[in-house]
Design a protein around this ligand. Structure first.
Ligand code: GLP
Length: 259
């Protein structure tokens, strides 16, 4: 099962995951990072410059999870812009080595296959950062997504458009379609690190970690993966039946294990 780490706050989560990423890049300078967007991974990105002090990041590669379809890539809320602003520029990564799915309409029917091929060519993702939507989506794999799905175009639920309206002037500006790594694509990453904060995520987290494995809650796909770390605050952990055991297990974690 997933290792669940309950931390006091976002900053503690950011520091923990940033340390793991720094350790990965020290071991493997051309590590392939799976990058998520949304609010959740921001504490990780904020903690990374300090964690990576003195580490050569010039060879680091990365693949974003998803992108809006039909949104101008120069729009400040395109995931291409977000990854540039939150990750590439502050960390000094080589923009040529960081890819975001191509959400342009021209040839959109092929962009998913091209993206999966590029991930395979890079040797797969070493560490995939994940958030989770209030409806249980990961990437933009909305409820009902196949566990075998590959990178492809998905239609957003109204709930997700409402959740993401805060990044736009109005909900009408939130694109209807996205291109997202599939659940099958995500499950091929070697280590999944799912973060969640706040009471609004408690139900989705409980479903993902302890609920039945069902495409109705795409985050539950993590139960099929052999190496998953779930890093959450107390509020997001509130609905977990096994919280006491998770705390106990983490407190007694063998030092050699790492995350
Ligand atoms: C977004 C992203 C997901 C993200 C999720 C939660 O729309 N496509 O990758 O994990 O929904 O978002 P947030 O972290 O802002 O709560």
């Amino acid at each position: 099962m997933a290792e669940v780490v309950i931390v006091p706050d976002r900053e503690a989560a950011g520091a923990l995951v940033a340390a793991e990423i720094a350790s990965l890049i020290r071991r493997r300078p051309d590590a392939v990072l799976g990058l998520a967007t949304g609010s959740t991974p921001l504490p990780v990105y904020e903690a990374l410059p300090a964690a990576l002090a003195g580490v050569d990041v010039s060879q680091v590669r990365g693949f974003a999870l998803d992108e809006y379809v039909g949104l101008d890539p120069a729009h400040p809320e395109s995931y291409r812009s977000v990854i540039r602003r939150e990750v590439i520029d502050p960390l000094g990564l080589d923009p040529e080595r960081i890819r975001v799915p191509d959400g342009s309409m021209n040839g959109i029917e092929h962009h998913g296959d091209d993206y999966d091929a590029a991930i395979a060519e890079a040797g797969g993702v070493d560490l995939q950062i994940l958030g989770i939507g209030t409806d249980g989506h990961i990437g933009f794999n909305e409820p009902g997504s196949s566990f075998a799905s590959r990178t492809r175009v998905k239609t957003l639920t109204q709930q997700t458009r409402e959740d993401n309206a805060r990044f736009f002037d109005s909900i009408d500006d939130v694109p209807l379609h996205t291109i997202t790594q599939g659940l099958g694509t995500i499950l091929e990453a070697r280590h999944l690190v799912l973060l969640a904060f706040g009471a609004g995520k408690a139900e989705a987290v409980a479903g993902a970690v302890e609920g039945p494995v069902t495409s109705s809650l795409p985050g539950s796909a993590i139960q099929l993966h052999p190496h998953v770390t779930v890093v959450i605050d107390e509020a997001a952990a509130a609905r977990l039946g096994g919280a006491d055991y998770y705390r106990y297990a983490f407190a007694h974690k063998p030092e050699w294990q790492g995350l």
